[in-house]
Design a protein around this ligand. Structure first.
Ligand code: SDX
Length: 376
């Protein structure tokens, strides 16, 4: 008799060689390397190679991978035209979901899901996602689209296309560390979604489109935008305590806290806290950082005993705001990075696939008679 676990809590539904999480100890590793080590020493392009090849690249391999990724930044005119027909008021995550799906129209063999094809499509989609997000933001602001520059890294190129100027090394590095930190995280909801879709031998575009849809949810990737809204709602440092206590009293969630797996602080939050502190100081956003640490202090006092700690979304809000990103681009940033993890899991799923088909426990009636409508 199989047991029912609501939300599949605690259920192992896949094996992976990419990220390892110890929720009790607050440990995250990508292919055995501690996330802190990668955030300090690696870069996003190298991290993608690591996740997709389950090893670090040699210098020549990284250069070849970088060249291939950067050669795919461009969006064809038909995709730019499609972006121009999207209402300027559209939410960027809806735009991203739609445009990732539409990239299938530009592919002569959109359904090919042999491993080389899946990898090739994933690299193109990963490369074009920043271009989609930046181009839409420029269009909705009434600005000229800034074409990508292949001499710039994934992170520098995104900030260049968004702002029309090459970012400072500090801003490029800060953004790139955020990309490293968000790249993969076990079988989170959006990754599971991607694996479920590809397990029918559907296509990479369908699986990634579904994953973008999942990530938008406020219980998942959408939390970083909710954190920023919360920080904006709290007028001063003194107002933090009554705000948090009021929410908790009403059993409402403080966004950016809690996690299905971590019962200690999310190691990504620890790293992002340091980054947020530095960036907030450099950009005059200390009030956001101070409000955040005050919230963390109160939540530690009130709910740490329940294993509720900051997660990746809590300090990424101050970090992204300090980098100069608009609030409704925060979750698209999460998606831009997580495409690397989603694609890695799609490839893992295809390599030894088994269709996902769990059971539902029927709890309704039996032996009911059909009643003609005239008698109801
Ligand atoms: C991400 O899975 C991943 O790995 C996701 C992610 C990734 O990298 O892909 O790490 C990214 O999505 C991080 C999570 C972002 N979401 C939020 O910050 C939204 C707020 N957090 C919560 O909604 C919640 O913590 C979840 C959804 C993240 C986890 O929820 P669970 O495991 O289903 O926990 P639960 O709802 O069963 O809560 C357990 C208890 C409850 O109290 P009791 O009813 O037992 O008294 O903890 C409380 C909850 O009320 N609780 C919170 C809380 N989160 C849980 N109380 C206040 N504030 C919170 N944020």
């Amino acid at each position: 008799m199989s047991t029912y676990s609501k939300g599949l809590e605690g259920v192992v539904a896949a094996e992976t060689r990419m990220s390892f999480i110890d929720g009790e100890k607050g440990v995250l590793e990508y292919v055995g390397i501690a996330i802190d080590d990668l955030a300090r020493n690696s870069n996003f392009e190298e991290t993608v190679f690591l996740l997709w090849n389950t090893r670090l690249p040699k210098k020549s391999e990284l250069e070849a991978f970088r060249g291939d990724l950067r050669s795919r930044y461009d969006l064809p005119p038909s995709a730019i035209d499609a972006l121009r027909h999207i209402p300027k008021s559209a939410q960027p995550m809806h735009v991203l979901r739609t445009m990732v799906s539409s990239l299938a129209f530009l592919d002569a063999h959109p359904n090919a899901n042999d491993l080389p094809s899946a990898r090739d499509k994933s690299l193109t989609i990963l490369a074009r996602t920043p271009t989609i997000i930046a181009a839409f933001d420029r269009i909705r602001r009434g600005l000229n689209i800034v074409p990508p520059r292949k001499d710039l890294s994934f992170s520098a190129n995104f900030l260049y296309m968004l702002n029309g100027e090459v970012p400072t090394p500090t801003m490029e590095r800060a953004f790139d560390v955020c990309m490293i930190l968000h790249a993969d995280h076990g079988l989170n909801n959006s990754t599971f979604t991607a694996r479920v879709v590809i397990s029918t031998l559907s296509d990479v575009y369908s699986a990634l489109t579904a994953a973008v849809g999942s990530l938008r949810g406020p219980l998942h990737g959408g939390a970083n935008e909710e954190v920023m809204e919360m920080l904006g709602e709290i007028p001063s440092l003194d107002a933090v305590e009554p705000y948090v206590m009021g929410k908790l009293a009403k059993k409402e969630r403080i966004m950016g806290f809690g996690h299905r797996v971590y019962k200690a602080i999310d190691p990504r939050a620890t790293f992002l806290k340091t980054l947020a502190k530095q960036l907030a100081a450099d950009t005059g956003n200390q009030d956001l950082y101070e409000k955040s640490t005050k919230i963390e202090e109160i939540m530690a006092r009130e709910v740490a005993a329940k294993g509720i700690y900051p997660n990746v979304d809590f300090y990424s809000a101050t970090t992204y705001h300090s980098i100069g990103l608009k609030l409704d681009l925060f979750t698209p940033m999460f998606a831009m990075s997580r495409i690397a993890g989603w694609a890695g899991h799609i490839i893992e799923q295809l390599d030894g696939n088994r269709l996902f088909r769990p059971k539902a426990e029927y709890v309704g009636p039996h032996n009911e008679k059909y009643v003609p409508i005239a008698e109801r």
